[in-house]
Ligand binder design. Structure first.
Ligand code: MG
Length: 160
């Protein structure tokens, strides 16, 4: 019987003016970006935690501590690549992943397919296995006030 595992990840970053917005492995034109030790890709961070969670390998902070200079300003796609390698080292393949990004602005619809492609490439899986969704919070909460972005992600992995 195939050994299936699922994992969940969640991350939040604050938004500040004048920073570049990197989300889902791509850069998006916007007047605000995420405050972070890395490039602030909150979608990739949630996804890494979902993959690590599925394999019961701890969390992103354990593997890539934000106190380490090695990860200062790092392209989060590298973190995702390394996370996928950790999961494979345990004998798992990645089945599929799904992310929900909560932010008020800008509209993410035009960027979704490029994000899926970037995430799929970093994990080394087909783009059909990668889903990215976006929603506003109807102007409610910190996402709605454009103070930050939150992302939840789930991942399914299996031992073939
Ligand atoms: Mg983070």
């Amino acid at each position: 019987m195939t050994d299936f595992r699922i994992g969940h990840g969640y991350d939040v970053h604050a938004l500040a003016s004048g920073l570049r917005l990197v989300l889902g492995g791509i850069e998006i034109e916007h007047e605000k970006g995420c405050v972070a030790h890395s490039d602030g890709d909150v979608a990739i961070h949630a996804l890494c935690d979902a993959l690590l969670g599925a394999a019961a390998l701890g969390d992103i902070g354990l593997h890539f501590p934000d106190t380490s200079d090695d990860f200062k300003g790092i392209d989060s796609r590298i973190l995702l690549q390394r996370t996928a390698a950790l999961v494979r080292r345990e004998g798992y393949e990645i089945g599929n992943v799904d992310c929900t990004i909560r932010m008020q602005r800008p509209k993410l619809r035009p960027h979704i397919d490029r994000m899926r492609e970037a995430l799929a490439a970093a994990m080394g899986i087909d783009v059909e296995r990668v889903s990215v969704k976006a929603t506003t919070t109807e102007r409610l909460g910190f996402e709605g006030r454009e103070e930050g972005i939150s992302v939840s992600a789930v991942a399914l992995i299996f031992k073939p």
